[in-house]
Design a protein. Structure first.
Ligand code: B12
Ligand code: SF4
Length: 481
């Protein structure tokens, strides 16, 4: 007999545990799977039981999963997958089905929300796909399957195998009020918060964590997959968010939070109200957030700084305005530069987020990008290798814009799987290394990292501990050190 009130939620790793030991992205950062932790808290509140295994934080988790399945015999196993971790989820689902025939494998997250029916058509090990937000959909699924298996055809958000083949029941018509959600079940993440670390040099104090306080983004950048939250924008109120931060501080001792919201400042009033609360009743915490340049101004930045804002990340993508206008709305690099100066003037660090290899990219556009970025007073930057994800607008028809080697397990933005016409992969790799190297060799940037000795001593200790890996990565730009 399987326990129908129970689910094991798994965050697959995407590659073997041997590789995990040397993986540069794991050395640099490990973040809690907040989607799964949120679902676990929600199900718990409704009287169901959910446990979580995060293979990213604990690469040796095959054994932990098998022991759990033998001991607890859950009737459900759920997977949260990006494109690169999808096949690892399928592998674990097959093992679970071998051990507990009759267990139901449910997949959620960005990759399956984008591909919907195709997932069930191609993968017999997947029983259900949850498209979009998981809280209500999974609850209904777990309550329906044991008593009325045919009833799954009525659960919005579910893809299942019906009598006539694979069926998507359509999107949910209503959405949850985010202030009705319990805080994520951080306590179900083994080793939290110590097992998790934000990117090196991205925080002043440890322990640190990430946090999500809104869902959705109304923009439509070509490279961005918004299959889960789609185009709306919903958010936690300032009061709820203050309570969440207080909980993180008091229960787990968190001293710095990185908001991974797509658009933290999209609703200016709520950010202002939050900063007022943090100034009136300080929590002894700092925070980072990601913004779009259009949604910041000097007055707001001043308030954010007073409330403890340490760093702001901002999508630049490319310093070639013509290329940028092909991929996002309001491509105005002079405005972005002005906003970056405003952030610096407010006394907040700036991290620029860039991409290389977009459709239309050329050697000349990469040079322009470098000139632009190096003319800006940014403190840190991240350069991703452009990857066309299923669900992103650019994915449709991508083969007309260059050569695309669609290997899902390598789609982690650390491989040039797409090569735009007129370029070669080898040349992109050379220019990628050159971009990073030039950035790090600039005296101002080097001094900035030296200053981190006192601004983020914890980061320096981690950096020195993994120096060999970082040097190997700098030389080769390959993911595994
Ligand atoms: C924070 C974040 C990260 C963090 C941490 C990720 C983590 N540990 O979970 C870091 C920086 C490490 C990261 C890395 C990467 N990320 Co990322 N990341 C995000 C971000 C901004 C927020 C994720 C989040 O917490 N959301 C909030 C929670 C509540 O939502 P959620 O996880 O989607 O879960 C909800 C539903 O999806 C669903 N659900 C999810 N899982 C399950 C499981 C079941 C069983 C069910 C029923 C439902 C369900 O229910 C949840 C609650 O409603 C998203 C964009 C976004 N706004 O979501 C991108 C996003 C997920 N990342 C993306 C990408 C591309 C990457 C990278 C490949 C490259 C990169 N950008 O650095 C790597 C790959 C990492 C990996 N292991 O595969 C893409 C994924 C595209 C794809 N198809 O793969 C996204 C969608 C960004 C985008 N718009 O393009 N990422
Ligand atoms: S990249 Fe950012 S601004 Fe653009 S659609 Fe995605 S979340 Fe919105």
């Amino acid at each position: 007999m399987l326990d129908h009130r129970k689910i094991l939620l798994v965050h697959p790793l995407g590659y073997g545990k041997e590789d995990a030991e040397n993986d540069i992205s794991r050395k640099a950062n490990i973040m809690p799977p907040l989607g799964l932790a949120g679902i676990a808290a929600w199900l718990g509140q409704k009287g169901l039981e959910a446990d979580i295994v995060d293979c990213y934080a604990h690469p040796d988790s095959d054994r932990i999963i098998q022991e759990y399945l033998e001991r607890e015999r859950p009737a459900f196993i759920g997977f949260s997958c990006t494109t690169s971790s999808f096949f690892d989820g399928v592998r674990i689902a097959k093992t679970a089905k071998g051990m507990l025939p009759g267990i139901h494998a449910v997949f959620g997250g960005a990759h399956v929300s984008a591909l919907k029916e195709r997932v069930l058509k191609d993968c017999p090990a997947v029983d259900f796909v949850c498209v979009g937000e998981g809280e209500e959909t999974l609850l209904e699924l777990m309550e329906t399957v044991p008593v009325n298996p045919d009833g799954v055809g009525d659960i919005p958000g579910i893809v299942h195998r019906g009598k006539g083949g694979v069926v998507f029941n359509g999107y949910r018509k209503t959405t949850l009020d985010l202030d009705d959600l319990p805080f994520p079940a951080y306590e179900k993440l083994a080793g939290y918060p110590e097992a998790y670390t934000l990117p090196i040099f991205n925080y002043p104090k440890a322990p640190s964590t990430s946090c999500i306080s809104s869902r959705g983004c109304p923009y439509a950048c070509s490279y961005c997959d918004r299959s889960v939250f789609r185009r709306s924008f919903r958010y936690n109120s300032a009061e709820y968010l203050y309570g969440h931060l207080k909980y993180l501080r008091e229960r787990f001792g968190i001293r710095h939070v990185n908001f991974y919201d797509d658009q933290f400042t999209f609703n200016r009033d709520r950010v202002e109200a939050l900063t007022d609360l943090l100034v009136e009743k300080p929590l002894g915490m700092t925070f980072n957030c990601a913004v779009r340049a259009e949604h910041i101004d000097p007055a707001l930045l001043g308030k954010m700084k007073r409330a403890g804002c340490w760093m702001v990340s901002l999508g630049i993508e490319t310093g070639d305005e013509r290329l940028l206008s092909r991929h996002r709305q309001n491509a105005d690099l002079a405005m972005v530069a002005e906003k970056i100066r405003e952030i610096k003037k407010a006394g907040i660090r700036v991290k620029g987020l860039l991409m290389m290899g977009l459709p239309g990219e050329s050697e000349a556009s990469i040079r322009r990008s470098m000139d632009y970025v190096f003319s800006l007073p940014i403190d840190d930057f991240n350069l991703a290798k452009f990857t066309p994800f299923p669900g992103s607008p650019v994915y449709e028809g991508i083969e007309k814009q260059g050569r695309f080697d669609e290997k899902w397990e390598k789609m982690d933005c650390m491989h040039f799987l797409f090569v735009p016409w007129g370029m070669t992969r080898e040349r992109l790799e050379e220019l990628f290394i050159n971009f990073y190297r030039t950035h790090f060799m600039r005296p101002g940037v080097l001094l900035g990292y030296v200053a981190m000795i006192w601004k983020s001593p914890h980061s320096w200790r981690r950096f020195l501990g993994s120096l060999g890996y970082f040097l190997r990565f700098a030389r080769s730009s390959r993911r595994l050190g």
